[in-house]
Design a protein around this ligand. Structure first.
Ligand code: AMP
Ligand code: GLY
Length: 426
């Protein structure tokens, strides 16, 4: 099979690594890919939001399956562009991708179908005063979210009415989130451990992958700004057998049915961000794609033919037996550039990748790197992912081997969290 992966981050590198194990794979292209994916297939310099360029390349090269990594091309309608040209796609259409692209759409759908989530209200820019009046009556902390995609920065959690007023002003008056913030969702603050669960689906039936826990804040102890994710581990003990059943029966199944009824059948990876509250699992958010860095720790737990799973899902007839889940543990630590999640300097030389790669049970995954004159340089906020995987449930040991490999790598300004997986270890 001729396969193309769209994207160039850590998630796409790890997907490329996993499907390279498949006997079904003949030729792999990654658009645009990175210095890590270059060893697994052919990198093609087409950006992941160049919809026309991607469709043209895939048609001309008779690609049989396209796996779309990032949310942007999905919300822009890449899937339908490819489907119109008879190319199989793992990833939802623009209509189904609204589950991530428009928070109010996701929340209204959950309310209508009784899917457990935080209680909420939606306000448009025109109802500025109503939003402020509402905020006078709620209890704090409260959660304010920009409706559209705001690069992971669109969630504010004010502790007081004064701060909430400022947050709404940022959205409606100062347009800090652009069009994404012209509508906001104000929702109840939930407490509990967070978890991410992926459902691989053909639109009707699905397989749940093991739950992971992400670490969204930049600093240890969940301090500082929100990021795309600074590290993850899987499986997480905060999701037990009973929780999986609830997530499957009361969350994923009705969500897929609701999307079907809305004439927006969802094919791909439905990412469910959960809060494990005292009342059970509740949805924090849905994403229309694999999570990054959660994918880096979920895929190493899978045996069997992952490519067959994705291809059968894209064909509308998922073969759930193509994979099984092993009794393994995986930890991923993200190395980020100085300044991340704000503005970062790029082009800084990275040392020690080869040494780290020699460590047993370790994969060095490229996220924001580039190659120049045989040197590997930084090329983004999140630069590398150090992933350790072991054949047992010893999370403490898995953390140790991961940080040991990490110690071989350095670059100027490198920052990383030292407490990945500690919540579960402690
Ligand atoms: P999101 O972009 O929706 O995943 O939100 C980013 C982060 O904000 C989440 O990972 C949570 O830590 C936090 N968050 C979002 N919604 C809520 C909520 N209703 N209650 C508590 N924390 C939340
Ligand atoms: N790690 C969070 C996300 O992929 O959205």
């Amino acid at each position: 099979m001729k396969v193309a992966i769209i994207g160039g981050g850590g998630r796409e590198h790890v997907i490329a690594l996993k499907i390279s194990e498949s006997n079904l794979l003949n030729e792999l292209f990654i658009l645009p890919g990175n210095p890590g994916t270059e060893k697994l297939g052919t990198n093609v310099p087409i950006k992941s939001d160049d919809i026309n360029g991607i469709v043209k390349f895939c048609t001309e090269n008779k690609i049989e399956l396209v796996i779309i990594g990032p949310e942007k091309p999905l919300t822009m309608g890449l899937a339908e562009g490819l489907i119109e040209n008879d190319i199989k796609v793992f990833g939802p259409t623009k209509a189904a991708a609204r589950i991530e692209g428009e928070k109010s759409f996701a929340k209204n759908l959950m309310m209508k179908y009784n899917i457990p989530t935080a209680s909420f209200k939606v306000f448009h820019k025109e109802n500025y005063d109503d939003a402020l009046n509402y905020l006078k009556r709620v209890s704090y902390p409260i959660v304010i979210k920009a409706d559209g995609i705001a690069s992971g920065k669109g969630v504010i959690i004010p502790e007081t009415y004064e701060d909430a007023k400022e947050a709404v002003k940022e959205c409606f008056v100062n347009s800090s989130f652009g069009k994404a913030g012209e509508k906001i969702v104000i929702e109840e603050y939930m407490t509990g451990q967070e978890a991410s669960v992926f459902a691989i689906t053909d639109g009707n039936d699905f397989v749940l992958l093991p739950a992971a826990q992400d670490h969204k804040r930049i600093f240890d102890g969940d301090k500082g700004k929100n990021t795309g994710g600074m590290g993850a581990y899987a499986p997480t003990p905060f999701v037990n057998e009973n929780d999986y059943k609830i997530i499957s029966d009361k969350i994923i199944k009705p969500t897929l049915e609701a999307l079907n009824e809305n004439k927006s059948k969802f094919v791909g990876c439905l990412y469910c961000g959960l809060m494990m509250t005292s009342e059970g699992p509740k949805v924090v958010e849905f994403n229309c794609r694999f999570g990054d860095p959660e994918t880096q720790v979920v895929l190493p737990l899978i045996s069997g033919d992952f490519l067959e799973l994705l291809f059968s899902a894209s064909n509308g007839n998922i073969n759930k037996n193509s994979i099984s889940i092993e009794n393994k543990t995986s930890v991923c630590v993200v190395l980020a550039s100085k300044g991340y999640p704000d503005k970062v300097e790029k082009g800084i030389e990275i040392f020690g990748i080869d040494d780290a790669n020699k460590c047993e049970n370790i994969s060095i995954i490229h996220a924001g790197t580039k190659k120049l004159n045989n040197k590997i340089l930084t090329d983004g906020g999140r630069v590398l992912n150090i992933v350790g995987t072991i054949n047992s449930n010893n999370l403490k040991l898995c953390k140790e081997i991961t940080y040991n490999a990490l110690s071989k790598i350095n670059f100027d300004g490198m920052q990383y969290r030292k407490d990945i997986a500690d919540k579960a270890i402690n």
